[in-house]
Design a protein around this ligand. Structure first.
Ligand SMILES: O=C(O)CCC(=O)C(=O)O
Length: 283
């Protein structure tokens, strides 16, 4: 097992603990950005084939991004990115644990003209008892404000705020304005423009959002969400990966669809589950 990637120093961990987000530069080399960017482009095109809708014909949620989840399961070219050792090792270091599992991976492709991503926290979407999750947000072309960069409310993960915001607009036409919540009122989001090759990590309770894509190019982003090994299912709200691996309330989250992401032996990629999920959609 390889446990020794020194991709993260004490200052980075301290910044993540304090702010709930941090940019780690130089995690992906130029050739990796090209190879994995192309692989995710192909996967998104394959998953979206047959969808001829214009942006205006899509739901408000879909106008924020094309979302393709669990790409590692049906795409062998994307799989090494989902289990990228330096990114996984960094996630584990930021959480301060030895072992992290994959919670989910996804492409979030914000089309030209795509609307903002509403401010929210991630954990309230998921039936997980412990807040020990971190997301790696990987912009293949780097991120700039005009093309849908992300913003993070510093310290919001430490306020005790944990509130579901319906960014799908399906349950509530107007999602809760979490940026005005008293717990974080007066603290503005910090907008991050991340250079290509860097990865932006955020804690599962950090309030975050993304701007609209005002450019004529798609914002190409892939994200990987890691959870500390040992986290437990908190309630019965259905999530495909939990149902598929038969994880009941109170049980440890683990299984073929929720494999160890770090540490793994060099070149060892997990076998995907035999039962795949829907190709598009949320959760
Ligand atoms: O990329 C986006 O537009 C939103 C990203 C996000 O919400 C996340 O990675 O949790």
């Amino acid at each position: 097992m390889n446990r020794s990637f020194d991709s993260v120093d004490a200052n980075t961990v301290e910044a993540f603990d304090r702010d709930g987000f941090v940019v780690v530069e130089g995690l992906l080399a130029r050739d990796e950005l090209v190879r994995y960017g192309n692989a995710v482009d192909r996967a998104v095109a394959r998953r979206s084939q047959g969808d001829g809708r214009t942006l205006a014909e899509k739901s408000l949620y879909e106008q924020s991004f094309i979302q393709c989840m669990r790409l590692w399961e049906d795409d062998a070219d994307v799989r090494p990115l989902t289990f990228h050792p330096r990114i996984g090792a960094t996630a584990a270091a930021l959480l301060g644990v030895d072992v992290v599992r994959l919670w989910q991976d996804q492409a979030l492709y914000k089309e030209s003209g795509g609307r903002e991503t509403d401010a929210h926290q991630d954990l309230p979407f998921w039936p997980i008892r412990e807040p020990h999750l971190v997301s790696a947000w990987i912009p293949f072309d780097g991120s700039i404000r005009a093309a849908g960069a992300t913003g993070y409310v510093p310290g919001s993960h430490r306020t005790g705020l944990s509130r579901f915001v319906d960014i799908t607009h399906l349950l509530h036409p107007e999602p809760y304005d979490i940026l005005s919540d008293p717990a974080i009122a007066g603290v503005d989001p910090v907008w991050v423009e991340a250079p290509a090759g860097s990865v932006v990590f955020h804690h599962a309770l950090t309030v975050h959002l993304a701007g609209p894509n005002l450019t004529d190019r798609t914002r190409r982003v892939f994200t990987i969400v890691y959870l500390a090994d040992g986290c437990v299912r908190s309630n019965s709200r259905p999530v495909l990966s939990l149902e598929r691996d038969g994880i009941g309330v109170g049980e440890k989250i683990a299984g073929p669809g929720l494999p160890v992401a770090w540490p793994r032996s060099e070149g060892d990629l997990p076998e995907p589950p035999t039962q795949l999920g829907p190709v598009t959609g949320f959760l």
